[in-house]
Design a protein around this ligand. Structure first.
Ligand SMILES: Cc1ncc(COP(=O)(O)O)c(C=O)c1O
Length: 280
């Protein structure tokens, strides 16, 4: 059924609450976070809130809420929605004001939805998914979790239209990330992923993948890699809050390795399950 929250009030999801002249609606002038709940507890909540605050600062959103205020808001929402396994979507925009480009002097708008979700089907995890490569047509500040997702949506649709799960983005001859995921290759026992920069989002799941690699004594190398290295990898996988760690077994119709999920990907996924259980 789900639950919504708008500027201080919990509401049902079908309530009409956003005025037309809201800057998220008219300009995409805002930022967001997606947090997964396992066993009624938001996973890696602190890291998500830290990133949310970084995104707000990056676009100069005048938030008055503190880290603790966001913590309380999300935990209250989870309790009220009785969310056990599902997603919290939290969005902050530059508020409600007559449409004009410069910043208005109004409070920010905070909205949130809380919805139960279905786990990724076991068959998909066991078989892995396919991906395409696609030009990265996004702007220069991809480290901000901005509401403006048009290039991501367009590339994801190209992937879907070709029967693929994700589009892996290429900028200046190197892989950046997926439209809604971080992407990794495994070559000769090493995990290789794009270094953090303005060109990618610092994924929260990526933090856990790095930690898992360290604990499993698998080298985690942060360096740029090309589409050719992607196709010649032993394993490819992607990560995000919703799909966790998912093997990619085909890219641009070409098999990766022997076309089945790789050993290192599976080990990282198992370790991720341990982290989820430990915090739940
Ligand atoms: C462009 C992009 N990169 C990476 C990620 C992975 O981030 P996280 O692990 O925090 O979900 C996302 C998540 O949606 C994303 O949209």
């Amino acid at each position: 059924m789900g639950l919504g929250y708008v500027n201080g009030k919990f509401v049902s999801l079908d309530e009409l609450v956003i005025p037309i002249e809201e800057r998220g609606h008219q300009f995409g002038d805002g930022v967001y976070e997606v947090i997964h709940c396992y066993n009624g507890k938001p996973f890696m909540l602190d890291e998500h809130i830290e990133r949310l605050i970084r995104s707000c600062e990056a676009i100069k959103l005048p938030i008055t809420q503190t880290f603790t205020d966001f913590q309380e808001l999300i935990l209250t929402g989870v309790e009220k929605a009785q969310l056990v396994f599902g997603k919290v979507y939290l969005q902050i925009t530059r508020g409600i004001a007559p449409r004009n480009h410069p910043f208005p002097n109004v409070p920010v708008s905070i909205t949130m939805t809380l919805n139960e979700s279905e786990p990724t089907p076991v068959e998909i995890r066991e078989q892995g998914v396919s991906a395409i490569t696609h030009e990265d047509e996004r702007w220069a500040k991809c480290y901000i979790k901005s509401l403006n997702l048009l290039p991501n949506i367009l590339a994801k649709q190209v992937a879907q239209d070709q029967g693929s799960f994700e589009a892996i983005l290429v900028r200046d001859g190197y892989i950046t990330e997926g439209t809604s995921s971080n992407v990794y290759i495994v070559k000769n026992g090493e995990i290789i992923t794009t270094p953090l920069s303005n060109h990618i989002l610092a994924g929260i799941t990526r933090i856990a993948v790095k930690q898992a690699a360290e604990e499993l004594n698998i080298p985690f190398v942060e360096k740029n890699y090309s589409p050719e290295e992607l196709l010649q990898a032993d394993e490819v996988f992607m990560s995000n809050t919703s799909i966790e760690i998912l093997p990619i077994v085909k890219v641009d119709s070409q098999k990766i390795g022997n076309g089945v999920p790789g050993e290192i990907t599976n080990k990282l996924y198992s370790q991720y399950q341990v982290y989820k259980q430990n915090q739940a």
